[in-house]
Design a protein around this ligand. Sequence first.
Ligand code: ATP
Ligand code: MG
Length: 412
Amino acid sequence: MKQSELFTKTLREAPADEQSYNARALIQGGFINKEMAGVYDFLPLGLRVLNKIIAIIREEINGIGGQETFLASLQNPELWKKTNRWDDAVYDVWFKTKLKNDTELGLATTHEEPLTNLLRRHISSYKDLPKSIYHFQTKFRNETRAKSGLMRLREFIMKDAYSFHADEEDLNDYYEKMKAAYTNIFKRAGLGHLTYLTFASGGTFSKYSHEFQALTSAGEDIIYICEKCRVALNREIIEDVQHKCTECGNDKLKEEKAVEVGNIFKLKTKYSRPLGLVFMDEEGVSKDVVMGCYGIGPQRLMGTVVETLHDEKGIIWPEAIAPFRAHLLSLNKNDEAKKIYDDLSAAGVEVLFDDRELTAGEKFADADLIGIPYRIVVSEKSIKAGGVEVKKRNEKEAKIVETKDIVAVLKQ
Ligand code: ATP
Ligand code: MG
């Protein structure tokens, strides 16, 4: 894409009304726009990153048998009354609305109730189990503190997956598969080195649930990590358990700030029972379906990447989720650069081509701010030196690459 045609502009200064680094950098770079606290629009650069994160998640969840759906975001209170979650005193994050005739509706905070209910029409026998169903869909939550940019939104996309099983053993097996898929997702998105499988409180029926916590000073959670086993305990559960690593018994755990980028939870029959999702087992006995649920916030993940992977000049995107692979900067050499742009594009390399009438300094500053992994500079100087200058965003030194080799160097 030609940068001269991109409708978004970078800002000289980060917005003064944002407290969090991720919101400041993403607004300054033209990735997102703030509508109000906790509510952001995704602009072309930001949407490209978000879509790449979503594609990674989709691939991993499809890989363990997930079937993608798209459930509605307007929800029927009757289902939520059956599970006692319509009551604001019990569940306090609702945005509620009304039809013209005063009938109440809810804006989705999560989707256990409608999905469990709809499966009553599709699951009747043990032969219909197991099933794994997910979607990427908008959630609305009336969060009290929405000061962390993309990390705590009032309107956000969640990948929520739900699994349905005949017994707990089968749930346990699938839960382990999901754990492995989540580990891959965070690794592929560039957060593997910062993400810890964290024991958290389990709610009603299970002893523990697991959170995937990424270390960042911008996080709102406190966790205690065992560096050797790469697992952690959430402070919330620390009262119930010994202050010891669950794997090796190490009692010298390190306190860190972190953000929950995903979680996995054994619901068992918490929702199937009140909503009446049952099946006939092999003996013809009616039983409650056993469930698990698994969430990830792709926008929170994106915000966490920005918080943790940047320097004083701007964002440093991991290659797998960068808006483009290469940022081609023409310093008054648009004809030569256009040829390289065409060659790279033809080879399937995603390039942002800075063909604007700006100074070299302005172009370099924008490139650092936007944070695309490879910067290619075409200038009088590079041409004299035999080609183009290539620099990785996370490295200091540039090297000269012959123009004929540029496609080979940039291709994955
Ligand atoms: P938190 O304790 O941080 O509020 P949560 O326990 O409410 O998180 P879940 O309801 O389990 O989160 O949601 C599943 C996933 O959705 C989370 O792991 C997170 O990645 C994402 N998520 C939750 N709340 C938000 C939010 N307000 N903004 C952006 N993403 C969110
Ligand atoms: Mg929450």
